[in-house]
Design a protein around this ligand. Structure first.
Ligand code: NI
Length: 275
């Protein structure tokens, strides 16, 4: 069957296949090693809002925003809670305040009616992973599963995609942030005010800490799974409203974000007080 010329052709084809397979293999090895090496160690527990001016306006993550008005974003993590989240929604509704809820996927799956109510009342919903792991400790496949499962479950309940996510414990990296942007179209949202409400279950303290930290462009962290936090909110909201603050969702706040000023420009020494 095979002529000498035919064998030669066959060998050439085999050689071509072998070279191609080797190239594909090398590419995968390089890609895998990049994935492994590009993930820096765990971020500081309390993230700092430092982003290079060259990153603006397409930032991958936000701890606060530079805005022209007295705008502020209240964010609530770890819900929905069957009793406390509806109670908080009543408090928000009575004041016409819009907030952002970073939901845990498995809680959202358990209480879809509350998830629907959050969305129906104009609040934003973000991804807070399926069961709250530290993302910097996961391998890429587990990380993808945490995000995918949560986004698809919630998107199915509310009928629209999620645009923001918050990493549990604020544990993230530049690599994870850009990966969230690139692969899932979500901005990573940290915070500038942390009342440590999960640690100190004291409404007066929660209120004091939030009022002390609030300033235009702030992203305030809280948890609607603690009764003391939800109990603090009527006074927190009324105080902030009386100071002239306007509440917006996280996506609305980051849409207003301005690039950081150049080094040559003079920055005002104090933050403007809202009025
Ligand atoms: Ni959390």
């Amino acid at each position: 069957m095979f002529t000498p010329a035919g064998i030669g052709m066959h060998r050439k084809r085999l050689l071509a296949v072998a070279i191609f397979s080797l190239m594909a293999f090398c590419y995968e090895v390089v890609a895998a090693s990049q994935l492994a090496t590009e993930r820096p160690p765990i971020a500081e527990p309390t993230p700092t809002p430092s982003v290079a001016p060259s990153d603006a306006p397409q930032k991958a993550s936000y701890s606060s925003c530079r805005v022209d008005g007295p705008y502020i974003a209240m964010t609530f993590d770890d819900g929905p809670h069957p009793v406390l989240t509806p109670r908080l929604l009543d408090v928000l509704k009575a004041r016409g305040i819009k907030a952002t809820f970073f939901l845990i996927g498995q809680n959202a799956a358990e209480y879809p009616d509350i998830v629907r109510r959050i969305a129906a009342e104009g609040h934003e919903i973000g991804n807070h992973t399926w069961n709250h792991p530290q993302l910097t400790k996961l391998n890429p496949a587990a990380l993808r599963e945490e995000i995918n499962r949560t986004s698809s479950t919630i998107a199915e309940i509310i009928g629209k995609p999620l645009l923001v996510m918050r990493p549990p414990y604020g544990a993230t990296s530049a690599y994870i942030n850009h990966w969230m942007n690139r692969e899932f179209g979500m901005k990573v949202i940290l915070w500038s005010v942390d009342p440590l409400d999960w640690k100190y279950r004291n409404s007066a303290r929660v209120e004091r800490q939030i009022l002390a930290g609030a300033q235009p462009g702030a992203i305030i962290l809280s948890h609607d799974i603690h009764a003391t936090t939800v109990a603090a909110m009527p006074d927190v909201f009324d105080s902030l409203l009386s100071k002239g603050y306007k509440f917006v969702t996280v996506s609305e706040l980051i849409a207003m974000d301005k690039p950081a000023p150049q080094v040559a420009q003079k920055e005002p020494s104090a933050s403007p007080t809202p009025r």
